[in-house]
Design a protein. Structure first.
Ligand SMILES: C[S@@+](CC[C@H](N)C(=O)[O-])C[C@H]1O[C@@H](n2cnc3c(N)ncnc32)[C@H](O)[C@@H]1O
Length: 411
């Protein structure tokens, strides 16, 4: 893979995502500068009722997920969110039928199955383990398979963003918070990058390592509960949280309240559902899987469709200079361009482990499906993920904004 990375990249398609912009935000274009990604992978609120209604004001966004080139979602007031992937089919592929691309070499090996030691208390369900603190809130497991997936996903985000851990224009941040930090990999790397900062990572699961930089700490904490910290923060970061919160605007309010004036907040998240550039996702098992999960997530009261609202919710909470930006990840090597292909292969690996991570809990808790039924659908959806004739992609969305220097003002 390394030698493939060193070769020149094919130019990518230049169709930029299109958005109608609100006056107080600006968007920046994915410039695809062709630099190779340098990083390589290293390796109880249990559902009381499966019919709980979503409390979000968000309109149900799952309409025509596979409408082809764009899926506009009408928001209630400020602006219409329209996205368009800057990706196109690679007509020159010679290895149709394979989920790898010969030009890129082989993918990282699949995760191996082994459970973490019993040092921590976990909830077990359908062969996976889940957080015990405030159990049942979050649908993702916390076992080693998931931890490896989160670390792999971290590298996908970082390589996509030109090896950057953040896009917000922060300078010399002193106090930094990473909410729902997962394995803490982002917080650790951020602490190394900014040694004069103090970085706190919080999560429901105690899955962070012990050997960490001296300026990094972890704490078990629920971002949906009242925030009690000794100091305010200069920068707050949250990534891959789209399935986490029952009421994201209230979490954003807590974030705003706990930032210093002039401090920044940044979300990095996938926009669900997966779509395809030409309708080829429609009717597939992968599409059935995601539609079923999204129906279940709605019933569980934590819809997966919140990502596209972050910018608007940030502005409503008082953030200024809100910037939104999207990247597009193809599901396998069907896509043109070496950098896009590389990201696609990482996404493919990520989603192969992501399907059981999200599906087992969501479909059993939300729709009452049996483990066998879920696993049959996952197996078929995994095949679709690697089918180069299905031109599906995920949108990776970033929104960041600043708390005004004088509250109530726009400066
Ligand atoms: C998909 S992982 C993302 C982890 C990390 N942000 C990253 O990008 O690698 C989502 C994380 O959110 C955590 N989480 C979910 N709900 C939470 C809450 N209410 N408070 C704190 N953490 C939460 C989960 O335990 C899980 O580790």
């Amino acid at each position: 893979m390394e030698s493939a990375l060193n070769e020149a990249f094919e130019p990518s398609s230049t169709i930029a995502p299109r958005f109608e912009e609100p006056s107080d935000s600006k968007r920046i274009k994915d410039d695809e500068d062709g630099k190779a990604a340098q990083k390589m992978a290293k390796k109880s609120e249990l559902p009381k009722s499966s019919t709980a209604a979503a409390v979000h004001s968000t309109p149900t966004a799952f309409q025509g997920s596979d409408a082809g080139d764009e899926v506009p979602t009408q928001h209630s007031n400020t602006f219409e969110y329209i996205s368009h992937p800057d990706i196109e089919v690679d007509d020159d592929r010679t290895d149709h039928g394979s989920d790898t691309d010969s030009a890129l070499g082989s993918m990282p090996a699949s995760s191996t199955v082994s459970l973490r030691s019993s040092v921590y208390e976990y909830i077990e369900e359908n062969g996976r383990t889940y957080h015990a603190f405030n159990a049942g809130k979050y649908i993702g497991p916390n076992d080693e398979i998931e931890q490896e997936r989160l670390d792999l996903q971290h590298h996908l985000f970082v390589m996509t963003m030109d090896n950057k851990l953040h896009l917000a224009p922060i300078e010399n941040p002193q106090h930094v918070l990473d909410i729902a930090t997962g394995t803490g990999i982002w917080a650790i790397e951020f602490a190394q990058l900014y040694p004069s900062s103090t970085v706190l990572g919080t999560d429901l699961s105690p899955i962070q390592p012990s050997f960490i930089p001296p300026n990094c700490q972890f704490r078990i904490d629920d971002a949906e509960e009242e925030w009690i910290y000794n100091q305010s923060f200069d920068y707050i970061h949250g990534r891959a949280l789209v399935s986490c919160f029952r009421d994201p605007p209230s979490v954003i309010k807590s974030i705003f309240a706990n930032l210093n004036p002039g401090g920044y907040f940044e979300f990095q998240d996938p926009i669900m559902p997966l779509r395809s550039i030409d309708g080829s996702l429609a009717g597939t098992s992968l599409d059935l899987f995601q539609k079923s999960c999204m129906e279940a997530a709605e019933k569980l009261g934590r819809p997966w469709t919140n990502g596209k609202n972050y910018g608007r919710w940030m502005r409503e909470a008082g953030f200024v200079d809100v910037v939104e930006k999207s990247y597009y990840w193809a599901t396998n090597g069907w896509v043109r361009g070496r950098q896009k292909k590389l990201q696609a292969l990482w996404l493919n690996e990520n989603l192969k482990e992501g399907l059981p991570a999200w599906g087992l809990s969501t479909l059993s808790r939300g729709l009452g499906w049996s483990r066998e039924r879920i696993e049959v659908l996952i197996a078929a959806a995994r095949e679709d993920l690697s089918n180069p004739n299905i031109h599906a992609y995920a949108e990776c969305y970033v929104a960041y904004g600043r708390k005004p220097h004088n509250e109530g003002s726009s400066s």
